[in-house]
Design a protein around this ligand. Structure first.
Ligand code: GRF
Length: 204
């Protein structure tokens, strides 16, 4: 269905889309042997939509408010992704929790990037949580998505130091650089295969 024999990725966003851009760049320069087939946003104003359009990628806005409930919304996402031959879904700042039905539709084929070293600081404002807790090291995590928020098996993590004079903004910016490096790496690793999940561990 990809038409080119390469795997088709679907990226889900809600905002700025800098991780989407990192994936676009990686696919363009050959670090990622995949095609981004569609970018879907639940927020019509998401700046990331323009990044996709600039790269010639199909965009779709699916506002969650129009769905009767979470399950119905998830079905509309699954339908849109399947219709485009997507085999791997990448959440990139997608601010909606996906339910068990969505995860079951793409088994071990939904990834998320989170700005902390999970399992520390799940949920929103992770850099703020890390600063408030006083950790000396933080970073980013790419993990498989399960119905439990920010809790699925970990593919890659990258670390950054937390500096004495950090603010939420400076720490988040340092983490974001790591995100942009490890997300394409993690997607590439998952697409290359040769791994398996043992308990919570991604090995191989
Ligand atoms: C990133 O910090 C990501 O880790 C988190 O949401 C933010 C999205 O940023 N899940 P962007 O839209 O990719 O720029």
């Amino acid at each position: 269905m990809s038409g080119h024999g390469v795997p088709v990725i679907g990226v889900l966003i809600s905002g700025r889309g800098s991780n989407l851009q990192a994936l676009i760049d990686a696919a363009r320069d050959g670090r990622l042997a995949a095609r981004i087939g569609v970018v879907i946003s639940n927020v019509p104003e998401a700046a990331g939509l323009a990044r996709a359009e600039a790269a010639g990628i199909e965009t779709l806005v699916l506002p969650h408010q129009t769905a009767a409930g979470r399950a119905e919304y998830d079905v509309s996402l699954v339908d849109a992704l399947r219709a485009r031959g997507v085999s791997l879904v990448c959440l990139a700042g997608f601010m909606r929790v996906l339910g068990a039905g969505f995860c079951a539709a793409f088994p071990h084929a939904v990834l998320n990037i989170h700005p902390s070293l999970l399992p520390a600081f799940p949920g929103t404002h992770a850099p703020r949580q890390a600063l408030a807790h006083g950790v000396r090291v933080s970073g980013a995590t790419v993990h498989f998505v399960t119905p439990e928020l920010d809790a699925g098996p970990i593919v890659i993590q990258g670390t950054v130091p937390v500096l004495d004079d950090d603010t939420e903004e400076t720490l988040a910016a340092r983490i974001l650089e790591v995100e942009h490096r490890i997300y394409p790496e993690a997607v590439s690793r998952v697409l290359s295969g040769g791994w398996r999940i043992e308990g919570r561990r991604v090995v191989g």
